[in-house]
Design a protein. Structure first.
Ligand code: CP
Length: 305
């Protein structure tokens, strides 16, 4: 346990691109230890604030739960009643939080790489955790997804993982394809061709969904992100499910040991048919549970630096 703690001292946690494979593996293992009852390890009284400028249920509340389980003091912050309404910038808000004694700020913001100015500031002394930056990265979701896969299979090497759906707009997909490839998984993609970007070719292959359901160990579905689409074109929920969603027929064709994942929130009968979210091979609820422990491990790592 001591070894895992020493390896995961981080100043900030903003992108999987800045993490070494060994740091990620140590965080996954530490999250598992915390899940099974290990005592949190950091020194002294520490303060956290959660600054969420985009909607969130899971990320916001599981960070809050993680902070409570670690014994942190959580400073209340509501964007709509803060000086942001008077035009204060994100930078000045975080500068203020650090000045009043906050040790760690968890931030979700619609601007990609919003954290760059904050982590390079000579004055902001608190750690920054990225809770999602536009269509950029979602590193804490990536860590909880990796934890869930590791719990199931014990390794990433040679594992076949399909990432399916709204790839272009998904920060979850971006973080996961980068990290899973680095850890040795084989990545496959499917979904609407107009939501596929050729830059994903460096991480894996695009294949028809009906082919992938019969061969992958992990079927990772993505939410259709209506809020990031400028036009819906001729999108219809029924035709999406039929062409690119996991129907009951497709689920029956999956390998016996294969699991279903989805970062949630789920658009029911769009990405997943009926009650598949709670079927025996679904790990979607486990992902939500693991989110608390993955986020405890992240908080512990930034508070240990
Ligand atoms: N998976 C995820 O980020 O969910 P929320 O938007 O509810 O935080």
């Amino acid at each position: 346990m001591k070894e895992a703690i020493e390896r995961t001292r981080l100043d900030h946690f903003v992108s999987v691109e800045t993490l070494e494979n060994e740091e990620v593996t140590a965080l996954i293992k530490r999250a598992g230890e915390l899940k099974w009852g290990a005592a949190p390890q950091y020194a002294g009284i520490k303060y956290a604030v959660n600054l969420f400028f985009e909607s969130s249920t899971r990320t916001h509340k599981s960070f809050e739960m993680a902070e409570n389980k670690l014994g942190l003091k959580v400073i209340d912050f509501e964007p709509s009643t803060s000086s942001l309404t008077k035009g204060e910038s994100l930078y000045d808000t975080v500068l203020t939080m650090a000045a009043i004694g906050v040790d760690v700020a968890v931030i979700r913001h619609g601007s990609e790489s919003f954290y760059t100015d904050l982590i390079n500031s000579p004055t902001i002394s608190c750690s920054i955790i990225n809770g999602g930056d536009g269509a950029g990265q979602h590193p804490s979701q990536c860590l909880l997804d990796l934890m869930t896969i590791y719990e199931e299979f014990g390794s990433f090497e040679g594992l076949k993982v399909a990432i399916v759906g709204d790839l272009t707009h998904s920060r979850v997909a971006r973080s996961n394809m980068q990290m899973l490839q680095r850890l040795g998984a084989e990545i496959y993609f499917s979904g609407p061709p107009e939501w596929y970007n050729p830059s994903f070719d460096q991480y894996g292959q695009y294949r028809p969904l009906d082919e992938l359901v019969k061969m992958v160990d992990v079927m990772m579905l993505l939410r259709v992100q209506h809020e990031r689409h400028e036009t819906y074109g001729n999108f219809s929920t029924a035709s999406y499910l039929e062409k690119y969603g996991l129907t009951a027929d497709r689920e029956r064709n999956m390998l016996g040991h294969a699991i279903i994942m989805h970062p949630a929130p789920v658009n029911h009968d769009v990405e997943l048919q009926g009650t598949l979210m709670e079927c025996p091979r679904s790990r979607i609820v486990t992902q939500m549970q693991n989110g608390v422990y993955a986020r405890m491990a992240i908080l512990e790592a930034v508070l240990a630096h």
